[in-house]
Write a protein that binds this ligand. Structure first.
Ligand code: PSV
Ligand code: MN
Length: 388
């Protein structure tokens, strides 16, 4: 039997981190559609994030992306966050948008480009110090397009050298999260294409280096929950970049394309201690809202993670383990499916009411009139988007 009060306590203590870039304009390589009321600077992005927190009560952490959130005074930005009950989450590095990085950043054959890229990564650790951020998120667009273009192993050596320099610079309570991605923008080799490569680097570096699983970064059909189980078992799961995909790295709302996959992932997380804060798993969103209104889409995404988490917590683990031990294939599968098929919306409504929140986060956000206010007041200036 599942202890409902323990389920509720776990749901109340889960923290979901929202990405600053999801509040700005985004699109595909064909077109970025602008939306009225979109933030013009990182301060306004935090104001929007505060609305998500007010509606859900579980999203008080915001990840930044440098240079998209560049500002003169990061301590002041963190103070602005704190003033609204928010903290700064992962600092996402960006060594993929300068012309210098055409042939790679930290794996570039040119040492001067490698030095520049490493300099940016170290600057981002300074920003962690100024904002109180715990995590440095590293994603490298580095790779090659053609066989023979560069030496695969030499690029790994250059990568290892840069990662070691960053690791050395981290404070005692800081971590580096290494993100892997199968392909894009490179189409032949990617320097960190999979969890195995990320894990091998992190293992060599030490306990402050952890792997981050972006759910949109795998080949179709990959069993992501298996990767999650292995990384948790090895104490190397630093966190998630949640989003969903139908084709490649679509960055759609988490849980929109495949809620069953999200449930299977959360089942591995919940069963293996990943919901306990001490394990340090960061539940981050990494999404873009190209055609839908951004703040309600982020609220919806937070709710989708909560629904998958609630279902995972409802799995009757005693019944599951006895069925597994008895070799009862159908019985074990039925225990899991019972939890997935339960309607957790009433439970989450109760959890929210017990937290002093409205039972319906999207409706409560709409009732604030904030959406109309930002359309009316955010006039002039340049809206934030990729590269700004
Ligand atoms: C790369 O596709 C990625 O998932 C990385 O997390 C980046 O930081 C993020 O998207 C935003 O571009
Ligand atoms: Mn990501």
């Amino acid at each position: 039997m599942t202890d409902l009060s323990a389920v509720k306590a776990a749901l109340k203590s889960q923290r979901i981190e929202t990405p600053s870039w999801a509040y700005g304009n985004s699109g595909t390589r064909f077109k970025v559609f602008t939306q009225a009321g979109v933030p013009r600077d990182p301060y306004e992005k935090l104001d929007d994030a505060a609305q998500v927190q007010a509606a859900t009560g579980v999203a008080p952490i915001v990840s930044l992306h440098i240079p998209w959130d560049r500002t003169d005074d990061y301590a002041a930005l963190a103070a602005h966050a704190a003033g609204q009950g928010l903290t700064i989450g992962a600092i996402n590095t960006n060594v993929f948008q300068d012309d210098d990085y055409m042939l790679g950043s930290v794996t570039n054959p040119d040492p001067a480009v490698r030095r520049k890229a490493l300099g940016h990564l170290l600057d981002c650790v300074d920003i962690m110090d100024a904002t109180g951020s715990r995590d440095l998120k590293l994603w490298f667009a580095d790779g090659t397009n053609y066989p023979g273009q560069d030496d695969i192993s030499a690029r790994q050596d250059r990568l290892a050298e840069a990662l070691a320099a960053v690791y050395e610079r981290l404070g005692d309570d800081q971590r580096m999260l290494l993100e892997y991605k199968l392909f894009e923008p490179a189409f032949y080799t990617t320097d960190v294409p999979d969890w195995g490569t990320a894990y091998a680097h992190c293992l060599k570096l030490g306990p402050k280096a952890q792997v981050v699983v972006d759910t949109g970064h795998h080949a179709p059909g990959v069993n992501i929950e298996f990767i999650v189980a292995i990384l948790l078992r090895e104490a190397k799961l630093g966190g998630f970049d949640f989003n969903s995909r139908f084709y490649a790295d679509d960055d759609l709302m988490v849980g929109a394309a495949d809620p069953f996959q999200l449930f299977r992932i959360m089942h591995e997380v919940a069963k293996n201690g990943g919901l306990e804060p001490a394990t340090g798993v960061a539940f981050m969103l990494d999404q873009c809202h190209n055609i839908e209104p951004k703040i309600p889409a982020i609220i919806r995404s937070v709710m989708n993670v909560q629904e998958a988490t609630a279902k995972a917590l409802l799995v009757d683990l005693d019944a599951l383990r006895s069925a597994q031990a008895a070799g009862d294939v159908l019985g074990a599968n039925a225990v899991l499916m019972d939890a997935f098929n339960s309607d957790v919306r009433p439970l989450l409504a109760e959890v929210r009411e017990e937290m002093g929140l409205d039972a319906d986060p999207v409706a409560s956000y709409r009732a604030t009139g904030y959406a109309e206010k930002i359309v009316a007041t955010r006039v002039g200036g340049t809206q934030a988007g990729w590269g700004a």
